[in-house]
Design a protein around this ligand. Structure first.
Ligand code: ATP
Ligand code: MG
Length: 216
């Protein structure tokens, strides 16, 4: 855990597999907020996903390998090792419990995930527990999504400093270096026999080949 005055900032996802879009996002947010560390928290596979190319433990292992040489990033195994279902709300509640009521807690998500938030279990509760940092992702924008645009406007943080001063309750949009990489694209490349090199760390690609994941 980080020093107990710093915000705890994390990014959830399936990381199936982790790629440079995730890692660059995490690093840019860590630098922008000048945090000691930012954690990636892989979730258990959504039940509806068919034919998983690898197990939850393997997705976690790839995230651990990806951050092993970067002290600014860490892998958190709480969702994968939990015997409870992977709901963000449960994770937020467990983090809030650990951090106490005063410490800032921030959840980072890409614009695609943010636009899909209304489908998440009891998402209206999230801002009671954390701030949401929404990062740009090529191909996704508010466009006609007035519900989420209004939600951001209503809860907008003035600045990054607000995220430090309050424990929870604000939404902040942040523009990243655009990287049009997705795990879906990587799974397809591997299944076709093409190389995903330079879209992800070499060490993760080595792990995929050694363990023959995603139809390699
Ligand atoms: P999939 O294609 O399987 O959905 P993904 O690439 O979207 O995989 P996820 O594990 O679903 O990866 O995403 C985890 C989090 O990272 C989400 O909040 C998502 O918006 C964000 N994210 C993923 N890729 C990028 C990217 N290239 N740029 C910005 N954010 C990203
Ligand atoms: Mg995704």
């Amino acid at each position: 855990m980080m020093p107990d005055t710093e915000p705890f900032v994390f990014m959830g996802g399936t990381f199936d597999p982790v790629h440079n879009g995730h890692l660059r996002t995490a690093l840019e947010i860590q630098q922008w907020l000048d945090l000691p560390q930012l954690c990636l928290i892989p979730s258990k596979m959504p039940v509806h996903r068919d034919e998983p190319g690898c197990t939850s433990e393997q997705r976690l292992a790839m995230v651990q390998i990806a951050v092993a040489d970067e002290p600014r990033l860490c892998a958190d195994d709480r969702e994968i090792l939990s015997d409870k279902p992977s709901y963000s709300l449960l994770t937020l509640e467990s983090l809030r419990e650990e951090l106490g009521p005063q410490r800032s807690l921030c959840m980072v998500m890409g614009m695609d995930a943010y636009l899909g938030l209304p489908n998440w279990h009891r998402w209206e509760r999230f801002l009671d527990l954390c701030h949401i940092i929404v990062v740009t992702r090529p191909g996704y924008s508010f466009q006609d999504d007035t519900q989420m645009r209004n939600f951001s406007d209503r809860h907008a943080a003035q600045s990054a400093e607000t995220l430090r001063q309050m424990p929870a309750g604000r939404v902040l949009l942040h523009e990243l270096t655009p990287l049009g990489i997705s795990a879906t694209q990587i799974r397809r490349l591997i299944a076709k026999g093409d190389s995903p090199r330079y879209l992800m760390p070499d060490a993760v690609w080595d792990y995929i080949q050694t363990n023959r994941l995603y139809g390699f």
